[in-house]
Design a protein around this ligand. Structure first.
Ligand code: FMN
Length: 168
């Protein structure tokens, strides 16, 4: 078991990474990231997800063009797209896939692999590029790569006192 203090520090030290080395990620590391997704909790344990593994440079380039604040993904040697199979958990696929994305981001960080949640994406176009069925949900595409340059400074967080409220 991981020490609680170590886990908290690990969570605090994670950063979104937007610059990647042009270096292939090993299959072992990719598998560990995928397994972290596989072991995510989901409502009624339905696991309504599919993880698309994208290494094709042309596809990565096409995706970068439709990611408004994610042009940098063009540098990533790997993208994992997280797809929600809507009909497998119609009320919870967004929560289930969101948790999977976090599990995968944390696993990547533990492997010294950087990533960043991409929200600014034309999802309909991305679904076309990736051949995702219209009625399935594309949560995000996670660019993954070894970190280029130094690790960015910590982003700020609201004070705990400003985000908690005790209900008596
Ligand atoms: C739902 C969501 C959407 C995001 N979309 C983008 C994005 O399109 N482009 C980007 O560069 N970062 C994006 N981010 C990353 C956030 O900017 C980042 O997590 C936040 O600034 C805190 O920084 P940190 O992750 O380094 O702690 C997104 C994060 C989340 C959770």
């Amino acid at each position: 078991m991981i020490e609680p203090e170590d886990l908290l520090n690990f969570l605090k030290e994670r950063r979104s990474i937007r610059s990647f080395q042009n270096k292939t990620i090993s299959d072992k590391e990719i598998n560990m990231i995928l397994e972290a997704g596989q072991w995510t909790p989901s409502a009624s344990n339905r696991q309504p997800w599919q993880f698309l593994i994208i290494k094709n440079k042309k596809i990565i380039e096409d995706l970068s063009k439709i990611a408004r604040y994610g042009k940098f993904i063009i540098e990533a040697p790997l993208i994992i797209a997280i797809v929600g199979k809507v009909n497998q958990n119609p009320n919870w696929y967004i929560q289930d896939t969101s948790l999977a994305s976090m599990n995968m981001m944390l696993m990547a960080w533990a492997l010294n692999i950087g990533t960043c949640w991409i929200g600014s994406l034309d999802r309909e176009k991305a679904k076309e590029i990736l051949g995702i069925k219209k009625d399935n949900f594309l949560l995000t595409i996670l660019p993954l790569g070894y970190i280029k340059g130094s690790i960015p400074n910590s982003t700020n967080r609201k004070e705990l006192k400003d985000i908690i409220k005790e209900i008596e």
